[in-house]
Design a protein around this ligand. Structure first.
Ligand SMILES: [Zn+2]
Length: 420
């Protein structure tokens, strides 16, 4: 930087130094920035002028200024400019979360959608929701730097064949390409599409980092209509060679069990996902099962059986991944006694070093988790090294929190549902 000292030259390095200082310190005076970066005053001035013109930073009055005279101006990262967009196109719901350049979620919304709708239909719905909310909040979408979309899949089912990658994967790739086109055409930004459950794992990590917890190694498991999950290791989401790392529902718990669509046999999903638990309990639906979960022996046995099988699979995963946090979500996991039983079995059968200091926690139940995780996957103005700081979100309505299906809406700035 010494080279810049005399001439007030604006370079990529001076831009990065000032953005880093603003990320670290928050709103700053020019004197703060000069001291923090070691750059000369003319360099700070010219670099800020460029960043102001580009809309990356904005000036605000220092309302806490207690001294005499006019309050000084503070410079901060622009909150009115969208930087990274995360989208989830789930089965039955869509959601988006948008961060500013500082990594704070500035706008997010979710709503229900028809489970039978195609991925492209859901993409268009999510885009319409985003455009409407951004217009209401007067947020500029023209400088979005990256878009990450999470969708269900891949599911490698190909009945009657175990040979190689199957047709459904090719179809999914085509559908995902069409989804990418929807967002690229509207937002003129690069779009990546991946698995939504994997992004939920990243969402769980972002949620903890936003709360000031230094979590780098986390396993996320969702026990729902199917069973899936995701692995964050060393702070990085592990997608695997085929975007299938974390598919814990397809670890076999019974080598002589029934054949599974995945090509395996006796998979965890066949004994512990919602359809299997309902069948074992002779329950009509989730509500019926929940009503009977604390007194009906058949319902209790079904839940214990599913949780025990899940616990044994999880124990194996812990031995491989050695996370500090295990997060379990999904409708089955919300049944009374399920989570406790998984933890008991896991701790009983896993190697001691894999569970020593391990936290077992319930997943966030809001509809934004997958979208926030997708945004975290796309975030990184300074080379991807900065964690998502999802501190506050401008909720424009229809954001659901609490159990899926329950709905709350609010206006104005509100805390993220996961920030307690
Ligand atoms: Zn399977």
């Amino acid at each position: 930087m010494a080279r810049d000292r005399e001439v007030g030259e604006v370079t990529g390095a001076t831009v990065t130094a000032i953005l880093e200082a603003l990320l670290t310190r928050g709103p700053s005076t020019r004197a703060n920035l000069t001291a923090d970066t070691g750059l000369s005053r003319p360099t700070v001035s010219r670099t800020l002028a460029l960043l102001l013109r580009a809309g990356a930073v904005e000036q605000v009055k220092d309302v806490n200024h207690g001294g005499r005279g006019r309050p000084p101006h503070l410079v901060r990262l622009s909150s009115r400019r969208a930087d990274t967009l995360g989208v989830e196109l789930g089965r039955g719901h869509i959601a988006f979360a948008m961060t500013d350049i500082a990594g704070s979620v500035v706008l997010a919304a979710a709503c229900d959608t028809k489970p039978a709708s195609s991925l492209v239909e859901r993409a268009n719905e999510a885009l319409d929701l985003l455009l409407a909310r951004a217009r209401d909040a007067r947020i500029d979408l023209t400088k979005i730097r990256s878009v990450v979309v999470g969708t269900p899949g891949p599911r490698y089912h190909n009945p009657g064949s175990r040979s190689g990658i199957d047709v459904s994967l090719a179809r999914l790739s085509r559908e995902r390409a069409l989804v990418a086109n929807v967002f690229t055409a509207a937002l003129k930004a690069p779009v990546a599409v991946g698995n939504n459950t994997r992004y939920s794992a990243l969402g769980e990590m972002s949620r903890r980092r936003a709360a000031g917890l230094g979590v780098d190694d986390l396993v996320y498991l969702r026990v729902d209509e199917g069973i899936g999950g995701g692995v964050v290791s060393g702070g990085e989401l592990q997608a695997g060679a085929w975007d299938a790392a974390g598919e814990m529902g397809h670890i076999s718990v019974d080598a002589d069990g029934p054949a599974c669509f995945c090509g395996g046999r006796g998979c965890l999903e066949l004994v512990a996902a919602l359809p299997a638990v309902l069948r074992a309990a002779a329950a009509r639906d989730l509500d019926d099962l929940r009503d009977r979960a604390t007194w009906d022996p058949a319902a209790m046995a079904a839940i214990v059986g599913a949780a025990s099988a899940t616990g044994r699979v999880v124990a194996g995963v812990l031995a491989v991944v050695n996370p500090s946090v295990l997060v379990i979500g999904g409708s089955v996991a919300s049944l009374p006694g399920f989570l406790e039983r998984v933890e008991t079995v896991t701790r009983a059968v896993a190697p001691q070093w894999a569970t020593l200091g391990l936290l077992v926690e319930a997943a966030a139940t809001d509809h934004l988790l997958g979208a926030i995780g997708a945004a975290a996957a796309g975030y990184g103005p300074l080379g991807g090294a900065v964690p998502l700081v999802a501190q506050e979100v401008a909720v424009a309505g229809d954001v659901r929190s609490g159990p899926r299906g329950a709905s709350t809406a609010s206006n104005g700035r509100a805390s993220l549902p996961f920030r307690t």
